[in-house]
Design a protein around this ligand. Sequence first.
Ligand code: FAD
Length: 341
Amino acid sequence: MAAPKVAVVGAGVVGLSTALCIAETCPSCSVMVLSDQFSPNTTSDVAAGILIPHTYSGTPIHVQKQWFKETFTYLFAISNSAEASEAGIHLVSGWQVFKNTPKEELPFWSDVVLGFRPMSEAELQKFPQHLFGQAFTTLKCDCPPYLLWLEKRLKATGVQMYTRKVADLWELHSEYNIVVNCAGIGAHQLVGDEKVFPVRGQVLKVHAPWVKNFIRDGDGLTYIYPGIHRVTLGGTREKESWSLSPDPGTTKDIFDRCCSLEPSLRGAQGIEVKVGLRPSRWCVRLQTEVLSQGGVKLPVVHNYGHGAGGFSVHRGTAKEAARLVRECIAALQGSTLRAKL
Ligand code: FAD
């Protein structure tokens, strides 16, 4: 069989990293990214990009931990290279604070991040409304630079990218041997998956270069994540809301909540408001499906539904999707061979 043609639908962090993993592990493939939007117009551009995992209720914890570990290891190597600043990847230390001691004092990811430990009494004095806290160092992606860095890597490996809205995955069957679905919240319409739903998030990006440590309220709703150029203040979690319009009342509420954690933010400048729709699902859909019409088959690898944690696990899920693509190629090569005999 000639070089298998693979179409990756979607150019958020999941689509771009999946296309890169396929190109890296299957150099004989011809890989194309098709997407109706590219950076800076994806959900991935809005994300805070901190590596603190979200928990997927429908995925075994050891699998989630593996995805997180692979992502952490990959980004840690970038943060430790000459490309760190261009890729927008850096280490950041800080605190996760709780008003009550959490049920799970040691989250499953505590031995993947660096230096995880309970906060000392002296540290807790910074947060008079909180009783308990965890201190650790993790990684943060500045999302638009990271997406551009992924696009640059893709171009360097010969992957082509086209602006195209796909109405139905079957429309790709005559042009491609395998399709990879990384459409994020777009999968709701593209494959009619009712299990994927939006969880709207509004964040503020501010200029406050004196803020060096991250602060996350344990409920995950209020957070301060310093990036290379701007600090992200969050947030909201509004289930089933499809609105992409910023809400001024919410902006004030986020700002006030963040200032109560870090009062110096009152002096922040240049507030920019962003809204994104987290592609939420009880588990990431990471599986192969074979579409078939009139005896013609099209293998599809799904990789979507990363919800609130796409940056934290993207490289791990991309590696697994690339493995599924290699399985599909082996099956196609096997059937071509059988047809020749
Ligand atoms: P997207 O970025 O939405 O990409 C989907 C792509 O598919 C787009 O390019 C779109 O144009 C394309 N597409 C869709 N339908 C079609 C179609 N029919 N035809 C062609 N193309 C199509 N995660 C973390 O790990 N850490 C964080 O700190 C964090 N903070 C967040 C803060 C906010 C406010 C929000 C909203 C999310 C946050 N997330 C965070 C979650 C993270 O942003 C998502 O999990 C991740 O961006 C999902 O990536 P994706 O590539 O699946 O989706």
